[in-house]
Write a protein that binds this ligand. Structure first.
Ligand SMILES: NC(=O)c1ccc[n+]([C@@H]2O[C@H](COP(=O)([O-])OP(=O)(O)OC[C@H]3O[C@@H](n4cnc5c(N)ncnc54)[C@H](O)[C@@H]3O)[C@@H](O)[C@H]2O)c1
Length: 331
């Protein structure tokens, strides 16, 4: 039987280089074209990947009839328009988070995709981490009583690149969304409302005119409360801390290690990998596998993206309005 080959295009070559690598490594996929509007990225790419075409502009990728997957790793403000171009030109979509910047855009993407057979995924890499997969199994039958999760960015220099110039940039959509997605996936439950507070008094934040620290409280209909923070301005390494309390055990993951605590004396060290960079490629691989065979599940699908984005948008609205906001989910 003839092997099905997908041809991909990638736009934006920062984290997009990981997309190139993942797509190139998939046995059913080749990267046909890439594009980045930065000239030095172009020179560097051409030197390292002489067999991949460097497009003259993004439209050359959208309009290429042979390309059936487009990966969008451009700045946040470009994602929405580029998704629309993908839909118009019948391309399956890999898009970096956040996939868009407001509720109207989210509904429009959802409604347009419903009219097609196109698939979409987004790079919610924490789902691929061995340690978080182990934790998901451990808590699957447990009654969870509270959760605390922190996105410690540890890369405050990133605030001064394009992120500080972008009017709509939000660390909720840029950072907290990873943990929002992680919690949705771990608990397999959707919160009903959200309350957010934030400030900008951390280190290195003078030129960053937005919130660099936020606390988000998610409320569930069984009274569960989940606390999430995104911290872009403190002296700390890049890390995702987690505490999950259930009736008869607690899971903790912090710089000192990852443990399951059952009673005061029974402490078990969790041994799965964190961080787990190699496994990150699995997210894009699972998307291509799903295109090849619809019975193979994509690690992140449209419903997952719509849910995490709906919570992230409600959290941002709460921060602006200073009150608890009911989350409006797309269906
Ligand atoms: N999933 C993750 O873990 C993760 C990690 C980092 C960044 N991101 C997301 O990826 C996106 C890019 O962030 P980054 O950290 O790679 O930034 P970056 O500045 O490191 O790289 C972005 C690259 O894209 C290019 N670019 C931007 N917009 C473009 C456009 N419209 N057309 C062509 N080229 C364009 C820039 O020239 C730059 O080379 C953002 O949306 C960000 O939120 C996701």
């Amino acid at each position: 039987m003839k092997k099905k080959i997908f041809k991909a295009g990638v736009i934006g070559l920062g984290v997009g280089m990981h997309h190139v690598k993942a797509l190139k490594n998939h046995p059913n996929c080749i990267v046909k074209k890439v594009y980045d509007f930065n000239k030095s990225k172009k020179l560097n790419f051409k030197k390292n990947f002489p067999n991949i075409e460097f497009a003259k502009n993004e439209n050359e990728i959208f309009q290429d009839k042979e390309i059936n997957i487009v990966s969008l790793a451009s700045y946040d403000n470009f994602h929405y328009d580029q998704i629309l171009k993908c839909i118009k030109n019948k391309k399956n979509i890999i898009v970096e988070k956040p996939i868009c910047l407001n509720q109207k855009q989210l509904s429009s993407i959802n409604n347009l995709l419903k009219k097609t057979n196109l698939k979409i995924t987004s790079n919610m890499v924490l789902r691929t981490t061995g340690l978080f997969r182990e934790i998901k199994k451990k808590i699957s039958n447990k009654k969870i009583i509270s959760v605390e999760a922190d996105y410690l960015w540890g890369r405050s220099f990133k605030l001064y690149q394009w992120r500080s110039k972008l009017k709509e940039y939000s660390i909720i959509h840029g950072c907290a969304i990873h943990v929002i997605d992680l919690i949705l996936w771990l608990l397999n439950k959707k919160p009903i409302s959200v309350y957010t507070k934030g400030n900008n008094i951390g280190i290195n934040t003078k030129k960053f005119k937005k919130h660099s620290y936020v606390i988000i409280l998610l409320k569930y209909n069984n009274n569960l409360i989940v606390k999430i923070t995104a911290n872009a301005s403190s002296m700390y390494p890049h890390f995702h801390e987690l505490k999950i309390f259930s009736k008869n055990s607690t899971i903790t993951h912090n710089l000192q290690g990852s443990y399951e605590i059952k009673g005061n004396k029974k402490i078990k060290k969790l041994s799965s990998k964190y961080p787990d960079k190699k496994n990150r490629l699995n997210l894009i691989h699972s998307f291509v596998d799903n295109l090849k065979n619809r019975y193979t599940k994509s690690i992140v699908d449209k419903k997952d993206i719509m849910n995490s984005m709906s919570i992230s948008l409600a959290a941002e609205k709460s921060l602006k309005m200073g009150k608890e906001i009911k989350i409006k989910y797309e269906n």
